[in-house]
Design a protein around this ligand. Structure first.
Ligand SMILES: NC(=O)c1ccc[n+]([C@@H]2O[C@H](COP(=O)([O-])OP(=O)(O)OC[C@H]3O[C@@H](n4cnc5c(N)ncnc54)[C@H](OP(=O)(O)O)[C@@H]3O)[C@@H](O)[C@H]2O)c1
Length: 246
């Protein structure tokens, strides 16, 4: 049995991950800002077999509550084995271009809040000499594109931060997993035209996340073919890339 904190527990991908962990009888500490949805998910996970489900209502941008959140999780579950961070927003790129305040808010949600939570978890797990930190970044963080470079920059910051954290914590036996999904059919992408082989469901991505945590992977592209796509995209020379409409 394992005890996990899930931040952004109301996300479609996180909910699917929690369902898989609930069937294993894990203890789950769900963190999200939508109290009604949080309670609904908690009830469902108990029915599915979770050993214990507790909830903590928090906006991820309430940085001052991050420490309290971790301490409450520790008290209610006895011990924290892992933290899974899934919250995020898909910014309106045009709005970010016209207002730095909008861009900054998006970077706070998608990057700085994640870094704050990881810092608390990392220091705790380092002392404990055991723990899992699993964070949803994105393929968008692998290369800046005109269509969503503010989101990409925030996710890129998370990916590089996790890379350094993994390097620091390897000697302490703490596992850090960077999750890079491609296109996933969730409420976040509700306004985007879907269809085609590149789109995955939240359940598909969740199964990949659970497997990657079990196998102690370092970085995972989900589905796997995004590793090939992003390798190609990353290697396009900048003088060609800047003329492409991506
Ligand atoms: N969908 C994709 O194509 C895709 C691709 C790559 C990466 N990702 C990443 O996957 C993760 C999960 O997203 P998803 O696809 O499952 O979309 P989703 O269902 O829309 O989930 C996003 C979640 O983030 C939460 N959230 C946003 N801002 C928050 C804040 N300030 N405080 C607390 N919670 C906040 C939302 O809570 P509310 O319900 O309260 O709004 C929602 O539960 C995100 O990090 C996203 O960037 C998604």
């Amino acid at each position: 049995m394992k005890n996990w904190i899930i931040v952004g527990a109301t996300s479609a991908i996180a909910e699917s991950v929690c369902r898989l962990w609930a069937t294993r009888g894990y203890k789950l500490f769900l963190v999200a800002r939508n109290e009604g949805k949080l309670q609904q998910i908690a009830q469902d996970l108990k029915v599915r077999g979770a050993a214990q489900v507790d909830t903590f209502s928090m906006d991820a941008n309430a940085f001052e509550l991050h420490g309290q959140c971790f301490e409450t999780a520790q008290k209610s579950m006895g011990k924290v084995d892992g933290i899974f961070i899934a919250h995020g927003t898909l910014p309106d790129q045009k709005a970010c271009e016209t207002s730095f305040n909008v861009a900054r808010a998006e970077i706070e949600t998608n990057a700085l809040s994640v870094i704050s939570l990881c810092t608390i978890a990392a220091n705790h797990f380092e002392q404990q000499r055991q723990g899992d930190i699993a964070v949803i970044s994105s393929v968008a963080g692998d290369r800046g594109r005109q269509s969503n470079y503010v989101y990409g920059a925030a996710k890129g910051m998370v990916s590089v931060f996790l890379q350094g954290l993994r390097n620091r914590l390897a000697k302490s036996g703490v596992h850090v997993l960077t999750i890079k999904p491609g296109f996933v059919d969730t409420p976040m992408t509700a306004s985007i035209d879907k269809g085609g082989p590149l789109w995955a469901s939240a359940d598909q991505v969740a199964a990949g996340i659970v497997k990657s945590v079990d196998k102690k992977c370092n970085v995972v592209y989900l589905p796997w073919f995004w590793w090939i796509i992003m390798n190609i995209i990353r290697h396009i020379p900048e003088f060609i890339f800047k003329k492409m409409k991506l």
